[in-house]
Design a protein around this ligand. Structure first.
Ligand SMILES: C[S@@+](CC[C@H](N)C(=O)[O-])C[C@H]1O[C@@H](n2cnc3c(N)ncnc32)[C@H](O)[C@@H]1O
Length: 206
């Protein structure tokens, strides 16, 4: 991809962010509609004290298959200010439950990483060329790290992601390795830690 001058790349990133915002804009209103249809405000009101996620999920007739999505629904409603956060404990680990959704999700992220990777390589060349090692935390299937490893052959790149994401992945580049694990347990040591599209999933304490 020819990204032209710096200004063009920035404009492209801004345009991409603008499109992402428009793509996801409907989620707040559709989530609110969903919460009302499920009767979540009334259930919460009647409960008087704060409800845990399990209590909430058990309070309306929803099958086991859909129950994990209540967590995601509540995250959105809390983020958009409709609810106040009680501690929620269920995380992205559940993305592994549905392989098809998982693959779709990973491919979507990989597509974004190709654009961001090409800009990063071009605009952060001076920094990247000084490093010996880099770990891409929550690096998914390794698209960003592969782009970087291909562009900087002397740089050892590690992709850390949950075991169900990286299990069975084989790097095409000999200076790239996949490590399965949780960033909350251990992050492989490296000169640089990269986190792309990660921090929004966690609150400040986490
Ligand atoms: C929104 S995706 C971003 C993927 C990639 N960084 C990108 O930009 O394409 C979030 C990633 O974080 C991973 N993840 C979630 N919890 C994690 C944890 N505890 N430790 C490491 N990775 C985690 C997910 O499996 C997923 O691949």
């Amino acid at each position: 991809m020819d990204l032209g001058r710096n200004g063009d790349a920035n404009k492209l990133l801004q345009a991409q962010a603008h499109i992402w915002n428009h793509i996801f804009n409907f989620i707040n209103s559709i989530s609110l509609k969903c919460a009302i249809q499920l009767g979540i405000p009334d259930i919460n009101h009647k409960h008087v004290k704060p409800m845990s996620l399990d209590e909430l999920t058990n309070a309306f007739p929803i099958g086991n298959a859909k129950a994990p999505f209540v967590y995601h629904l509540m995250r959105i409603l809390i983020h958009s200010g409709f609810f106040i956060e009680a501690k929620v404990t269920q995380h992205d680990e559940e993305e592994g439950q549905d392989l098809r959704l998982n693959n779709f999700f990973n491919e979507g992220m990989a597509s974004d990483s190709r654009l961001v990777g090409s800009i990063l390589i071009r605009d952060c060349k001076d920094v990247l060329s000084m490093l010996n090692s880099l770990v891409d935390v929550g690096g998914g299937t390794g698209t960003l790290a592969t782009e970087i490893a291909d562009a900087f052959p002397d740089l050892n790149c590690i992709v850390l992601d949950l075991p169900h994401v990286v299990d069975g992945l084989v790097a095409n580049n000999k200076s790239l390795a996949f490590v399965g694990g949780s960033m909350f347990v251990a992050i492989p040591p490296a000169d640089d830690v990269t986190m792309k599209w990660i921090l929004h999933d966690w609150n400040d304490e986490e």
